[in-house]
Design a protein around this ligand. Structure first.
Ligand code: ZN
Length: 306
């Protein structure tokens, strides 16, 4: 299985359009010892021919153009992108689907709750179902293994299993809709198993670290983990007010470094990094601490094989 990291930043990217935090300001001035990043997007393929997206980033158009494997290969209208697996209904995780509206057949995997939020409450998503065979929704349930099939039903050889990580739906979901949905469907992590039986664990939004999560992470060969914020009060310190990062559904890196120190097996990579996170600075003490603990910090364009 090929795994490509097309984007590695949290919602808003780095730099973020309306942000003048020290990181964003210094990056714009060309003086930041670290890299700009687009909003998190991972793509996987068993044959380097047919690709599945994990989520659908708002930066998807540029990410596709920057990666030749994802360009059309045959005929006038074609794409190697066969579909997407959605792990939550956050705007920075699903907006990219609307950029794929040009009548391309796609298969989109989601929990019932995520599918209903997008397809029943957000009428723009009807643009993805204008003609028969355009977007095919496939529901999955947490804990049950499912194969990734292309829109024609052909098996990619990749196997997925989701685990429920959080019960909070995005703020735009109405209280009425929320009351009809299973909370366990709200926010998930994903295990993708390659034909080689090697496993990728993808957990970009983790509100708390459970024993279940630790077991799944330890069974993986590569772990892509929530690197959104460094500390609990990070946004409050930048903005002067607001929520703690725990209230926003993220374990800060300063905590997860400790909680996940016991992991032995997987290659450990932080992803979904917010522009305020001091570990983006390659010359800073936070970067050093993460690297010394054996973790890597994802950058756009990374690729590896499992
Ligand atoms: Zn910023």
């Amino acid at each position: 299985m090929q795994v490509k990291i097309l984007g590695s930043a949290a919602g808003g990217a780095f730099p973020q359009w309306n942000c003048a935090c020290p990181n964003c300001r210094t990056l714009r001035a060309g003086k930041f010892p670290g890299k700009a990043r687009s909003q998190t997007q991972v793509a996987v393929s068993a044959d380097s021919h047919t690709w599945f997206l994990l989520g659908a980033s708002p930066d998807l158009r540029v990410q596709i153009e920057s990666n030749p494997e994802l360009h059309p290969r045959e005929g006038l209208r074609q794409s190697p992108i066969a579909g997407s697996v959605l792990l939550n209904a956050d705007i920075d995780h699903v907006l990219g689907l609307l950029l794929l509206r040009e009548l391309q057949p796609l298969r989109v995997y989601a929990t019932e709750a995520i599918r209903r939020i997008l397809s029943e409450d957000n009428s723009m998503f009807a643009m993805l179902q204008r003609v028969p065979g355009q977007l095919t929704w496939s529901d999955f349930e947490p804990r049950k293994t499912f194969p990734l099939l292309d829109p024609a039903g052909e098996d990619s050889g990749l196997r997925c299993r989701a685990l429920s990580l959080g019960t909070h739906f995005p703020a735009y979901v109405s209280p009425l809709r929320r009351s009809e949905l299973r909370p366990d469907d709200a926010s998930l992590g994903l295990i993708v198993e390659a034909p080689s039986r090697k496993r990728l664990a993808y957990m970009p939004a983790v509100p708390q670290i459970s024993g279940d999560l630790l077991r799944e992470a330890e069974s993986a060969d590569v772990l892509l983990f929530d690197g959104t914020f460094w500390s609990g009060d990070e946004l409050i310190r930048v903005q002067g007010s607001g929520q703690t990062v725990e209230q926003m559904g993220h374990v800060p890196v300063s905590s997860s470094l400790e909680r996940l120190a016991q992991l032995k097996r997987p290659r450990r990579i932080y992803i979904h990094i917010n522009n305020t996170n001091p570990m983006l600075n390659d010359a800073g003490p936070e970067y050093r601490q993460v690297r010394d603990a054996g973790w890597e910090i994802a950058e756009d364009g990374w690729q590896f094989e499992l």
